[in-house]
Design a binder for this molecule. Structure first.
Ligand SMILES: [Zn+2]
Length: 122
């Protein structure tokens, strides 16, 4: 389906992980992020759907991906900061504690939207 191919294009191929002392390391996002699964075969990863919405200073894109190896579903959450902005909005809600980073952030979520971990930057 053409639509699903388009979804795949929405996923960056790589993210950068900040290592404590060794700079940045590049990792592939074409892999399953669920616990206990080592699938790194793009052909076994099927993007299902995308959600996209704007918050005050960032665009959030969530792509649901089904892993055909472990039969699990995970979500990649891509946060693109529109600009380097103050971390608080008027209500005092914390939007980001990484306001000095003007790139995108990638998080992995499980099927129910629980955060599995901050993957890195893209
Ligand atoms: Zn998997």
């Amino acid at each position: 389906m053409a639509e699903k191919e388009d979804l795949r294009l929405e996923i960056p191929s790589y993210a950068w992980i900040a290592l404590a002392r060794r700079g940045m390391e590049k990792i592939s996002l074409d892999q399953c992020f669920l616990k206990g699964c080592d699938n790194q075969d793009l052909n076994l990863l099927e993007p299902l759907k995308k959600e996209e919405f704007d918050e005050e200073n960032k665009t959030i894109k969530i792509i649901h991906v089904k892993c055909k190896k472990c039969e699990g579903i995970y979500q990649l959450k891509l946060e693109t900061l529109k600009k380097v902005a103050k971390p608080m909005e008027k209500g005092g809600k914390i939007l980001s504690d990484e306001d000095d980073i003007a790139m995108g952030l990638v998080f992995a979520l499980d099927e129910k939207g629980n955060n599995i971990g901050h993957i890195g930057y893209y």
